[in-house]
Ligand binder design. Structure first.
Ligand code: PMV
Length: 360
């Protein structure tokens, strides 16, 4: 499908007022998206586990008004108005209005809340932007009831991408691929698709415990971070490597090859950070405790034979990944050895999930 397929022709139905609610999860990339071009298009393919417990719930209330050029909306987080969120949402509305022309004829009240603590350093943009996109799609579905479920999901992912690139991988699960590549034939540059190839049972119901090592504000916004890949000395090699790593990772997941999975996932995390350390200007987004966590994970793996590994987002928090069969032992290790590195001892046990859900 191409961008023009998401431009609606006309609406066959009407509605004056109403509300819709969606709960949408965050996701954690195994092969990372870092570098974009054009209108939020990825320089390389990525694959992620959709999460389950880390999610945003958004209710979108809408009321028909005189058609207007600037979309009228208010936004509330946990019941409190958050004007700071408005510029990002206004930009999102500007980007999507061509694909959702009805939004000019409504005013909106967005009520949102996250399952994870605010300012936890967990990216809420993936869950937040996908939840809002799904709400908008639910309204479009009311106006165009003949829309198929497949189109609904693809367009929801397409719109989410325009809000925050990685958000396009939060609609479905447990594994989602975004960006054309030779291993996944239906993958697209403009939306995420569920990974449908065979996955060995050891990678089913994978666990992810997020260690809140540093809950501060992001040092570098992802917009700035992606921008640093323009003219980066290692960019070309990195984009090619992501293709190779995706192919190797999908083979490892099919074969149940946990050693290769671990090597690829950890290397991807460190490469993401290496890109930031070698850009101009340069950044170190890990904290000393991030490195201590990594050392302890490696030591534990060496001593116990566990298949535990880590990955990182563009920040200091650590995602600890492990098979479901090791849930009890690894969670004990986390409580005994890793909790001490977390701010206020905070961590969140999560797992791969099936994607967003409409709340009636
Ligand atoms: O979705 P964005 O533009 O915030 O980019 C986030 C990219 C990473 O989280 C660092 C990696 C990824 O693929 O999710």
């Amino acid at each position: 499908m191409s961008v023009t397929d998401f431009l609606p022709q006309s609406y066959s139905s009407q509605i004056e007022t109403g509300e819709v609610t969606w709960r949408s999860p965050s996701n954690i990339a195994l092969v990372k998206y870092w570098g974009k071009y054009g209108e939020q298009l990825p320089q390389n393919p990525s694959i992620s586990f959709t999460l389950d417990n880390c999610h945003t719930t958004t209710t979108l209330k809408f009321q028909k008004v005189q058609a207007q050029e600037i979309i009228a909306f208010e936004i509330y987080l946990d019941g409190v108005a958050v004007p700071d969120f408005k510029p990002k949402i206004a930009t999102f509305f500007e980007r999507v209005v061509a694909y959702l022309p009805f939004i000019k004829e409504y005013s909106f009240r967005i009520e949102t809340s996250n399952s994870f603590p605010h300012s936890s350093g967990i990216a809420s943009s993936a869950s937040g932007m996908s939840a809002l996109s799904l709400c908008l799609m639910s309204i479009e579905k009311i106006l165009q009831p003949e829309m198929t479920a497949d189109f609904f999901n693809k367009k929801a992912s397409f719109l989410s991408r325009l809000g925050s690139g990685s958000a396009c991988r939060s609609i479905e699960g447990p594994l989602v691929v975004w960006g054309e590549n030779k291993s996944v034939s239906d993958a697209s540059q403009i939306y995420g698709v569920t990974y449908k190839e065979e996955v060995h049972s050891v990678f089913k119901n994978y666990q992810d415990t997020i260690l809140l090592v540093d809950k501060g504000e992001k040092q570098v916004s992802s917009t700035v971070g992606h921008g640093l890949m323009h003219g980066h000395a290692f960019a070309k090699a990195r984009f090619e490597q992501a293709h190779e790593n995706l192919e190797a990772l999908t083979n490892a997941m099919r074969q149940g090859d946990q050693e290769t999975f671990i090597k690829l996932v950890e290397s991807e995390a460190l490469t993401l950070h290496a890109m930031m350390m070698t850009s101009h200007p340069y950044f170190i987004l890990m904290k000393p405790k991030t490195l201590e966590v990594i050392q302890d994970i490696w030591e534990y793996r060496e001593q116990s034979g566990s298949k535990i590994c880590f990955t990182l987002d563009a920040g200091a928090n650590v995602h600890v990944l492990y098979p479901k069969s090791e849930k009890e032992s690894v969670q004990k290790f986390i409580g005994d050895r890793l909790a001490r590195y977390c701010q206020n001892g905070q961590f969140i046990h999560d797992q791969a999930g099936l994607g967003a859900q409409q709340i009636s």
